[in-house]
Write a protein that binds this ligand. Structure first.
Ligand SMILES: Cc1ncc(COP(=O)(O)O)c(C=O)c1O
Length: 282
């Protein structure tokens, strides 16, 4: 497996334009394909927005340009939507509706059942499905391999019920309504000197903490973020701690009053952690 440079682009904290960053990333991908050899590459895997990698958002046009490059070299494009699908970015799938690409394969899990049952799914584009059908022995099932619990009826019934609820209660529309408010309110926290960045998309966001002047997940920055998380937990807000990031993935049914509560608790936690910092705690 080969890894490309993280495609992160944060307009608030960048010395280059989005277009320059995009050119740089795609040139890097082109060089990697040339170095490895396109015939050695089966597929390219990318999350629309890197979730556990630190809520990293690529510059506009990245996925389209990466897909174009994949097509040029006959490399399959796999979109990992384990986090971003089923509403978190305001759509059932972010690849097509939010980023304008139709991947060859799309993997999903988590939100497909809203977690009520464990289920993952791989979606194939018509191009891939047709190729499998064409290649199959007509006497045998198209995909004869499987897992013990592939297509488990209870998990699948839960997914179908979950999707019906999401459609009936217009959950994606709701996320599109409250998502921008969530980010706008969170961005207000950038006034704290210990906040290095606030970034996200709809209901996927993070607050990056730092000791002013220190960048990245240094031990002090991580200790500071852990203090913010601990103060939040004491006030009833569970934030996902990751390195020096406070990651937020609220329930898709969150309403504006609850967003205000989250921001108030974070605001208070940041005030306390900043006071601890100046008192020499880190
Ligand atoms: C983006 C992404 N892809 C894949 C996975 C792994 O999913 P699974 O545990 O279903 O294999 C995770 C787990 O959190 C994830 O965040």
């Amino acid at each position: 497996m080969h890894h490309l440079e993280s495609p992160a682009f944060d307009p608030d904290n960048s010395t280059v334009s989005a277009a320059e960053r995009l050119d740089h990333l795609i040139a890097g991908m082109e060089r990697a394909i040339a170095r490895i050899g396109p015939e050695q590459i089966a597929c390219f895997v990318a999350e629309p927005i890197l979730a556990s990698g630190g809520v990293l958002i690529p510059p506009p046009g990245y996925h389209q340009a990466a897909l174009d490059l994949c097509r040029q070299h006959d490399i399959l494009y796999i979109s990992d939507e384990v986090v971003s699908a089923f509403g978190r970015l305001g759509h059932f799938f972010a690849s097509e509706t939010r980023f304008g690409i139709v991947p060859d394969l799309l993997v999903t899990a988590k939100g497909i059942t809203s977690g009520y049952q464990p289920l993952g799914a791989v979606l194939l584009s018509d191009r891939i499905a047709d190729a499998l059908v064409e290649a199959a022995d007509p006497a045998k099932p198209v995909l004869s391999n499987g897992f013990t619990y592939s297509g488990h009826p209870v998990a699948c019934a839960t997914a179908i019920a979950n999707i019906a609820v999401m459609q009936r209660e217009k959950i994606c529309e709701h996320v599109r309504d409250v998502g921008p408010y969530f980010l706008e309110r969170l961005r207000g926290l950038r006034n704290w000197s210990i906040v290095a960045a606030v970034r996200g998309d709809h209901l996927m966001a993070c607050v990056e903490c730092h000791v002013p002047g220190e960048t990245g997940p240094t031990p002090r920055n991580q200790a500071l973020a852990r203090a913010v998380d601990a103060y939040c937990a004491r006030s009833g807000l569970l934030v996902r701690p990751y390195e020096n990031l406070c990651i937020l993935s609220p329930a898709l049914i969150i309403v504006k009053e609850e967003i205000d509560q989250i921001v108030a608790i974070l605001d208070d936690a940041l005030a306390r952690a900043e006071r601890d910092l100046w008192a020499g705690a880190f």
